[in-house]
Write a protein that binds this ligand. Structure first.
Ligand SMILES: *Cc1c(COP(=O)(O)O)cnc(C)c1O
Length: 359
């Protein structure tokens, strides 16, 4: 059996069937249906946030966020994230400006942000990498001083908390992904969380072609999601606590078995933070070691993932280069190990033995 870096959770099929039965009764498949609204309400309760929209995916969430905040010119962003963080900026015809990351959390280094601000800067788009919160206090101060909007790509943050609040509750807008590979998923899907009602209304118009009843009230796009996706979310949400708990046990097994004299990892030493065990990244001594370990694992049908690689300031389609030495270095050496709700602890032992003997 192949062991992949992740495996999507699936609820018992009967539970899914029970929820989608209603769709056959009301023939309401999409367009803000009852299951979408039920999921939105349950997510607001679970995350303890005021405003949340369920959308088609985590990428359209970022794009709608950039639009709704009317950003222009340059966006300060992180080079250590999934490509969607950067491509969303480019797709909206904005200019990404990469600021290097902190060596401990791999989140954007808030101390370097001010030096990157120009008169063209309108916003900051940063990722809570592997679920660990950015320095939200420092970023908030900078944003206020320079009148910038803040968007967090919270694709990894579902279920993680910081100072008693969801990691997804900071900034002007936080987006999340509910893709099949994430801790909580709706097959494809995502959310937009924001801090005020007016912004919420605007985001909702953007999500649905800018329609106000039958009027073309404003220009929008299609960011909606369906009743079938919402139904998967409704099945999975009550299971998230157990899923995270299993991931914690598996992660602690890795913690106890890996040879830390030859490996490093992002720090969990962030005051007030509780982790969601979204990923299990390790940093090898060199890219050469990373390739050697990957090959040894692959021989046993174990498939880790270079996540994130490359550093986004080195994406091949960029026509400029902002040096980010810390991110470039971490991206060469970062490997995410298999982690999912029912990964056997005996497999974790096997995986760590292969890794340790190749360090
Ligand atoms: C998964 C992910 C996305 C994209 O989300 P989709 O739902 O797949 O569009 C964006 N940013 C980060 C950091 C991600 O991990």
């Amino acid at each position: 059996m192949i062991i992949n870096v992740t495996k999507s959770f699936l609820p018992p099929i009967e539970e899914y069937q029970e929820i989608i039965k209603g769709i056959w009764e009301n023939t309401w498949l999409t367009n803000n249906g009852p299951l979408v609204r039920e999921l939105e309400n349950k997510l607001k309760d679970y995350l303890n946030v005021e405003n949340l929209l369920f959308v088609g995916n985590g990428t359209i969430a970022i794009q709608i966020a950039l639009k709704a905040l009317e950003l222009s010119g340059e966006i300060i962003t992180t080079p250590f994230s999934y490509c969607a963080t950067t491509t969303s900026i480019l797709w909206e015809n904005l200019q990404p400006k990469f600021v290097d990351i902190e060596p401990n959390t791999y989140n954007i280094n808030a101390n370097l942000i001010e030096a990157a601000i120009t008169e063209k800067t309108s916003g900051i788009l940063a990722t809570h990498v592997y679920g660990r919160p950015c320095d939200v206090e420092k970023i908030e101060k900078i944003a206020q001083k320079y009148n910038l909007k803040v968007i967090y790509d919270g694709a990894h943050g579902f279920g993680a908390t910081y100072k008693g609040k969801s990691v997804l509750s900071f900034g002007d807008i936080t987006t999340c992904s509910f893709h099949a590979t994430k801790v909580f998923h709706t097959i494809e899907g995502g959310s937009i969380i924001c801090n005020n009602e007016d912004l919420l209304k605007k985001l909702a118009f953007y999500r649905s072609f800018g329609h106000k009843n039958d009027d073309y009230y404003m220009m929008g796009i299609n960011g909606k999601n369906s009743e079938f996706h919402a139904a998967m979310g409704l099945c999975n949400l009550p299971k998230v606590a157990d899923i995270i708990n299993n991931r914690r046990i598996i992660s602690e097994k890795y913690d106890s078995l890996l040879n830390w004299s030859k490996l490093s990892r992002p720090s969990n030493n962030i005051e007030g933070f509780t982790y969601n065990y979204a990923y299990y990244p390790v940093i090898l001594e060199s890219e050469e070691k990373l390739l050697q370990v990957t090959a040894a694992l692959k021989e046993q049908e174990i498939i880790p993932r270079r996540y994130f690689y490359p550093s986004l300031n080195q994406l091949p389609y960029l026509d400029f280069y902002n040096p980010c030495p810390v991110s470039e270095n971490i991206a060469l050496r970062a490997l995410s190990l298999p982690l999912y709700y029912d990964l056997a602890l005996t497999d974790v032992e096997r995986i760590t033995q292969i890794i340790n003997s190749n360090l």
